[in-house]
Ligand binder design. Structure first.
Ligand code: PMP
Length: 407
């Protein structure tokens, strides 16, 4: 059996000095029993908790870990910059290098600016869209996640109705609901926020339908509003030129974070030429927004991602995992729903409200050293190997057996 006494001891100490012991979505109470709250280290595709247990990781820090923990080239670039300085009186040359790299990589982008977290980036996009248009209304998809501040938080606790006064909703992939929300915004539409694909918690993922993506673009063009693509979660895993590039739809603004610097804290907004002036006039900043180490790490991360065709590698590995899981479930007479891009697996059991079967499955796989998630999309990294996928499928076999036994 797994023992996690160090983890338990830290949880008890945290409960006294940290509200709730932990905040937000990383609270281990939201995971099946046995999942650790605290981690000691990470290397490649593996994580070690504070009790020395090793896990093959399919959450990848909830996205940031794109190339593997402690990736040599990224860490060398970060270390070189760390020796020169990180937090200075202004940015280091790495900021310009990174902006040039993004503008070169992303066909929609004429410029880039940088922040820390995904929420900073989505909020900055909203501010730029409003500043550029002089309008107030923002459209967001029902159930989509764009961050953890009052204008977009999934919880209304501590949020006023005024904070949400200019937010209107549509349903992802539903052109009629989009048209209705655009009508409701009338002449006050500043922008439409849309996730790279639908990746809401606990439900099947959906790729954007081409007709829907075209309708979002057309609605923005007709209104002179900004198409804001939230790439925070999907960015650099689906397509290095941007997740909607294969659809032929270019956004006006993109919010990036998570994978951009392989775990170093960085976010970015990239934008089209017509938004450059507004982006230069709004007031946005943060004490650590121009930290040089994450920018140097991002330059290296994107270079490696391009050189090694990382999205294609992740799609291949994710495909192996998906096929193996589907075959395993079939052997045990279980029905799985695997949806969305293979690089970001969403594995749900059919007829499983509350993901109870998912929890049984994950708890059993964890016992075998594999860290899955029962209701959130997972992530592949370039450090995963085919041997790792085989190991994950062995653990999954125990998971399916546990679910079948539980009935
Ligand atoms: N947008 C999306 C699509 C996200 O997945 C997230 C984070 N899960 C955010 C925005 C917010 O990013 P952060 O937590 O870094 O502020």
């Amino acid at each position: 059996r797994l023992t996690n006494s160090q983890d338990q001891a830290l949880r008890h100490r945290a409960a006294r000095v940290v509200p709730g012991g932990m905040w937000g979505h990383l609270h281990a109470a939201k995971l099946p029993e046995g999942y650790p709250q605290f981690f000691a280290r990470g290397e490649g595709a593996y994580l070690w908790d504070v009790d020395g247990r090793r896990f093959l990781d399919f959450m990848c820090s909830w996205g940031p870990n794109l190339l593997g923990h402690q990736h040599l080239e990224v860490e060398e670039a970060a270390e070189r910059q760390r020796r020169l300085g990180d937090c200075l009186n202004g940015p280091a040359p790495a900021m310009v290098e990174l902006a040039e790299q993004l503008v070169g990589l992303l066909p929609h982008a004429a410029w880039a600016m940088f922040q820390k977290n995904g929420t900073d980036a989505t909020t900055t996009c909203a501010t730029i869209a409003r500043a550029a248009t002089g309008r107030r209304k923002l459209l967001v998809a029902r159930g989509a996640y764009h961050g953890a501040v009052p204008w977009c938080s999934p919880s209304l606790l501590g949020v006023t109705s005024e904070d949400r006064a200019h937010l209107l909703h549509y349903d992802y992939n539903d052109e009629a609901s989009l048209a209705a929300a655009v009508d409701e915004a009338g002449g006050d539409l500043a922008g439409i926020l849309v996730s790279a694909f639908r990746h809401d918690l606990g439900r099947d993922q959906e790729m954007p339908q081409p007709g829907f993506a075209r309708a979002v673009r057309a609605a923005c063009d007709a209104a002179g509003a900004a198409l804001i693509l939230d790439e925070v979660r999907a960015g650099f895993r689906l397509d290095l030129a941007g997740s909607w590039e294969p659809l032929g739809i270019r956004p006006d603004l993109c919010a990036w974070s998570k994978a951009i610097a392989n775990g170093h804290p960085l976010a970015a907004v990239t934008g089209a030429e017509w938004l450059r002036d507004a982006a230069s006039r709004i007031f946005v900043t943060g004490s650590f927004w121009c930290g040089a180490v994450p920018m140097a790490a991002a330059v290296a991360t994107l270079r490696v991602a391009m050189r090694d065709a990382v999205p294609e590698r992740l799609a291949h590995l994710g495909g192996l995992l998906r096929d193996g899981l589907a075959a395993g479930a079939r052997r045990h007479g279980l029905a799985l729903r695997q949806t969305g891009p293979a690089q970001m697996p969403m594995v749900l059991f059919a007829d499983d409200p509350g993901a109870r079967r998912g929890e049984v499955f994950c708890a059993a796989a964890l016992q075998r050293g594999v860290y899955f998630h029962p209701r959130h999309n997972m992530f592949l990294s370039a450090a995963h190997t085919e041997a790792d996928i085989a190991l994950a499928l062995e653990a999954a076999e125990h998971g399916f057996a546990a679910v079948a036994a539980a009935g």
